[in-house]
Write a protein that binds this ligand. Structure first.
Ligand code: CP
Ligand code: NVA
Length: 315
């Protein structure tokens, strides 16, 4: 079944969004449908205070523009409150454990915690010990909110997801992992094109391959041919030191005019942002009419609002 023919039920049986591994196609379709409804309500200026009285704490151990602002605005538009907690300012940054932080936040009536951090295990631990919903706002391994916003953007672009080919170029990182999972579960064709040594985690790749059409290659032409979407991300993710050898290895995987010309004529260019023009993508591609980067950023708001409603709203 494709997202376009899915009949929404208005609920999913989850309390957390940790990595998408445990989400079914139907769960993802629920999110995409609700995101569409919330986006159209927002654009019509219609009030939709579905999380009135709810509070989301947002823990950031890494920088953010999109994630921070879209979650904060999302909670505001849904009638709820958000608390920005930089790990530099809370005791977590001075060594207080995730366990103790989870137990303390649970005592204050927090309904949800969005956390951006390094270790995926910290997100899982927070979910284990807290009495609230936990949403992964990026770890070294996954970025599920971005991947969901990206496939929602492709759904808006093509009207369906079945068979839509997304080719990802560069570092086999958190974005590559989450795109593989989200794409495989929604009938897309996902091709990750990375050089040896920088290919995605084999266990996550194998898990994604169980759900759908996911391939990994180091051949740029093979990946780009027939692609409906070309996607790339930074060579160095947050927390990684700049390494000239890695940059040299990844440069042949840059998305440039040659790669664009190998893909379908009306291919779209995607990037989670922030981007480094001249590294993973050339200026002429990212600023071309093929580029839908700001639509992706915009859709973070609507998709995350849908996620929060489904996890934190009335059951
Ligand atoms: N794409 C993304 O997550 O952006 P931020 O790092 O600005 O939140
Ligand atoms: N891979 C990047 C994504 C940023 C949104 C990082 O982790 O820094």
């Amino acid at each position: 079944m494709d997202v376009s023919s899915y009949k929404p039920k208005g609920r999913i049986e989850h309390r957390h969004l940790l990595n998408l591994l445990d989400y079914s196609s139907a769960d993802i379709y629920e999110i995409l449908h609700l995101a569409g409804n919330l986006k159209s309500a927002f654009l019509r200026g219609k009030k939709h205070e579905l999380l009135k009285g709810k509070t989301l704490a947002m823990i950031f151990s890494k920088s953010s523009t999109r994630t921070r602002v879209s979650f904060e605005m999302g909670m505001h538009q849904l009638g709820g409150h958000s608390l920005f907690l930089s790990s530099n300012d809370i005791q977590l940054g001075r060594g207080e454990t995730i366990h103790d932080t989870a137990c303390v936040l649970s005592r204050y009536g927090i309904d949800g915690v969005m956390i951006r951090t390094f270790k995926q295990s910290d997100v899982e631990e927070l979910a284990k010990y807290g009495s609230f919903s936990v949403i992964n706002g990026l770890t070294d391994d996954f970025h599920p909110c971005q991947a969901l916003a990206d496939i929602f953007t492709l759904y808006e672009t093509y009207g369906h997801l079945n068979g839509v080919k997304l080719a990802y170029f560069g570092d086999g990182n958190n974005m590559a992992h989450s795109l593989m999972l989200a794409g495989a579960k929604t009938g897309m064709e996902i091709c990750i094109c990375s050089p040896k040594g920088f290919q995605p985690n084999p266990e996550i790749t194998a898990a994604a391959q169980q759900f759908g059409n996911v391939t990994v290659t180091d051949n740029v032409e093979q990946a780009a041919t027939g692609a409906d979407a070309l996607y790339t991300d930074v060579f160095f993710s947050m927390g990684q030191a700049k390494d000239p050898a890695k940059e040299k290895t990844l440069m042949p995987y840059q998305v440039n005019a040659d790669v664009l010309n190998m893909a379908k004529k009306d291919v779209v260019f995607m990037h989670c942002l922030p981007a480094h023009r001249g590294e993973e993508v050339t200026e002429d591609v990212i600023d071309s009419t093929h580029s839908i980067i700001f639509q992706e950023a915009e859709n973070r708001l609507h998709v995350q609002k849908a996620v929060m409603c489904l996890l934190m709203g009335k059951k």
